[in-house]
Ligand binder design. Structure first.
Ligand code: PLP
Length: 400
């Protein structure tokens, strides 16, 4: 394949060259253990402190509120399980129908372990039913966990409002901000959020590093029990190189946030408009405004997402299927189902997710080819209009 046009940045991102450069010495001359008494290790401890300060700065947090983990999934698990273990008398969890499996599967697992889980619904535009969520709070509710932004649609949830609600009811609030950090301004100093998860590989740091923000004074049992690392909040020798890489990536993200909100949003909007203008029977999933600036989830009626992806792949374009049928099943994703996207459209949904490394030329190239791909597929698609399943039978409608 010649050139790759990578627009799958909600799946993972390229490691920023600056982050890679910052990491390299930690694989060779700076391999010390940060916990060692000697200066060779102690100096590495200082590098970790610096990285922690940079991540804290991106979040508007105090450095001591940042706990390094191995990934977003671990941060999510550590937050929810840590709160439940610290509050053994409370057995109720509130979350949403559209969380990433890192929260959703965890909550389903906890449900089987005897916890009670309430999932708040979303409407057709992917917006959360906050009234439902508020009405679900009970005296035994331990934690509310609501993602800041959805990975499939980019829809942004009113996490600050929910955090206030949780605080007023004496409930802990966690947000999975894996897709939000580096894309949206975040200021924990002025927030009521108790716990926040992030993942390095979504913001141009390497895979295998994440962080959990833990507000000072939060009652949280450690998830990984072991050594005294991370002030006893997460055992295990620190992944020094990746932590330093995350620190550098966080610093870059803070510098580039305006660019992310401006140039990337313009490229995303241009891509959407050009595709929609030239393609009949297609629409954007998710609220038009309350959305991450980099994400576009477009449904093309009567074609299969996988077929579109294969044809994009032929051209070197890396995108993602919004219906994410990982098991090869024909079930649309839980997010599309929760939003009530019709079967015929959920199947043909494609997610384009941009980054600072995308260019106008790449967007032009994609916008030029997508309408033609859809036209060709519709000519041969088994989902073609006349054979499409009736919506009435497959209506997932949630009303709200
Ligand atoms: N939460 C969200 C919203 C995500 O998009 C992802 C990854 O796709 C995760 C959690 C999991 O992060 P990680 O891959 O670092 O475990």
């Amino acid at each position: 394949m010649s050139k790759v046009i990578y627009v799958d940045n909600n799946a993972t991102t390229m490691v920023a060259p600056e982050a890679l450069g910052a990491m390299q010495p930690f694989f060779s001359e700076r391999y010390g253990n940060a916990s060692s008494m000697h200066r060779f290790g102690g100096n590495v401890g200082r590098d970790l402190d610096e990285a922690r300060a940079k991540v804290a700065a991106l979040l508007g947090a105090r450095p001591e509120e940042v706990v390094f983990t191995s990934c977003g999934t671990e941060s999510d698990n550590a937050a929810v399980v840590g709160v439940l273990r610290a509050n053994p008398g409370k057995r109720h969890i509130i979350t949403t129908k559209v969380e990433h499996p890192a929260i959703r599967s965890l909550c389903q697992y906890l449900g089987k372990e005897g916890y009670e889980v309430t999932e708040a619904p979303v409407n057709r535009q992917g917006e959360l039913d906050v009234d439902f969520l508020a009405d679900s709070i009970r005296p035994d509710t331990a934690i509310i966990s609501v993602m800041w932004a959805n990975n499939e649609t980019g829809v942004i949830f009113p996490v600050e409002q929910i955090a206030e609600l949780a605080r007023a009811n004496g409930v802990m609030f966690h947000t999975d901000a894996v897709q939000a950090v580096g894309k949206l301004p975040i200021n924990m100093a002025e927030s009521r959020i108790d716990l926040l998860s992030l993942s390095g590989h979504k913001l141009h740091a390497p895979k295998g590093i994440g962080a959990l923000y833990v507000r000072r004074g939060t009652k949280l049992a450690p998830f990984l029990v072991g050594g005294h690392q991370e002030h006893g909040r997460r055992g295990g020798t620190e992944n020094t190189a990746s932590i330093v890489g995350l620190g550098k990536a966080a610093e870059l993200a803070a510098e580039r946030l305006d660019e992310e909100n401006g140039r990337i949003r313009r490229m995303r909007d241009t891509l959407e408009q050009r595709i929609i203008q030239k393609t009949p029977d297609c629409f954007v999933n998710g609220h038009p405004d309350h959305r991450l600036p980099n994400t576009s989830n477009v449904s093309f009626e009567y074609v299969e997402g996988e077929a579109i992806l294969l044809m994009l792949d032929e051209l070197g374009i890396c995108a993602s299927s919004g219906s994410a049928c990982t098991s090869g099943s024909l079930e649309p994703s839980h997010v599309m189902r929760a939003m009530g996207v019709p079967f015929t459209a959920a199947h043909g949904s494609i997610r384009f997710s941009l980054s600072v490394y995308n260019t106008d030329e790449e967007i032009d190239f994609i916008a030029e080819h997508v309408p033609d791909i859809i036209k060709r597929l519709r000519e041969i698609s088994p989902f073609a209009r006349e054979r499409a399943p009736t919506r009435a039978k497959l209506d997932y409608g949630t009303g709200f």
